[in-house]
Design a protein around this ligand. Structure first.
Ligand code: AP5
Length: 214
């Protein structure tokens, strides 16, 4: 099963992608997580990506496409994967299609989680992320057992640098200009599954499973 998660920043792609990956026992591949790990590790890729991410801009396609094509060729991805945050532009989608076509494969579903912009801005201000394992929480909708401490690994929870309201607004406008056109791109291939992302997390997950089959 090869699934792409579409949706605005904060729509709940990461939350649902982790659950789907566990359900189907396939890897969850998040380009945002890969970049954040590289920033934390001080790598060349991390240094190049940081400025774009902090400004709410997309990292250039040439820094993303090869990285993802390489990742989905690894052994643990041979039965499929959930791609979260990629593709994000038409050229990225074309690069993915070309890499898959070369192996006689294709994407099975593009799950589009729909949440209006106003709901996103209030959601993002409550997000907390673990500095250790990357787990994500929300101070109201998915609170950790102890405030600011990760349930999974005990590390500190922080507000992501790009979750400041002005950066979120910028990320939303970048999303509408550059990523939203992917809905039409995958719709033309008959792969889009539209999901109401305003419901609670369990209801959103149930709707996804119902629409893509358990
Ligand atoms: P990335 O990490 O991919 O960020 P994003 O797409 O902006 O998405 P988010 O992680 O912010 O949100 P999400 O939809 O996963 O929501 P979540 O589940 O956390 O990318 C970051 C940056 O990296 C980009 O801006 C770009 O610079 C760069 N980048 C990454 N990939 C790239 C690419 N392919 N090309 C170029 N640049 C790239 O949920 C959000 C919050 O809401 C959480 O607190 C969660 O607990 C809560 N929540 C989730 N679901 C619900 C619900 N149903 N009800 C209530 N609360 C909910």
């Amino acid at each position: 099963m090869k699934v792409i998660m579409l949706g605005a920043p904060g729509a709940g792609k990461g939350t649902q992608a982790k659950r789907l990956a566990a359900e189907y026992n396939i890897p969850h591949i998040s380009t945002g997580d890969i970049f954040r790990a590289n920033i934390k590790g001080g790598t060349e890729l991390g240094k190049k990506a940081k400025g774009y991410m902090d400004a709410g801009q997309l990292v250039p396609d040439e820094l993303v496409c090869d990285l993802v094509v390489d990742r989905i060729s690894q052994d643990d991805a041979k039965n499929g994967y959930v791609l979260d945050g990629f593709p994000r532009t038409i050229p990225q989608a074309e690069a993915l299609d070309a890499a898959l076509a070369a192996k006689g494969e294709n994407v099975d579903y593009a799950v589009n989680i729909d949440v209006p912009d106003e709901a996103i801005i209030s959601r993002m201000s409550g997000r907390r992320a673990c500095v250790g394992c990357g787990a994500t929480y929300h101070i109201i909708f998915n609170a950790p057992k102890v405030a600011d401490v990760c349930d999974v690994c005990g590390s500190k929870l922080i507000i992501r640098d790009d979750d400041k309201p002005e950066t979120v607004r910028n990320r939303l406008s970048v999303y509408h200009a550059q990523t939203q056109p992917l809905i039409d791109y995958y719709d033309a291939k008959g792969l889009v599954v539209n999901i109401d992302g305003t419901k609670d997390m369990d209801a959103v997950f149930a709707e996804i499973l119902e629409k893509i089959g358990k």
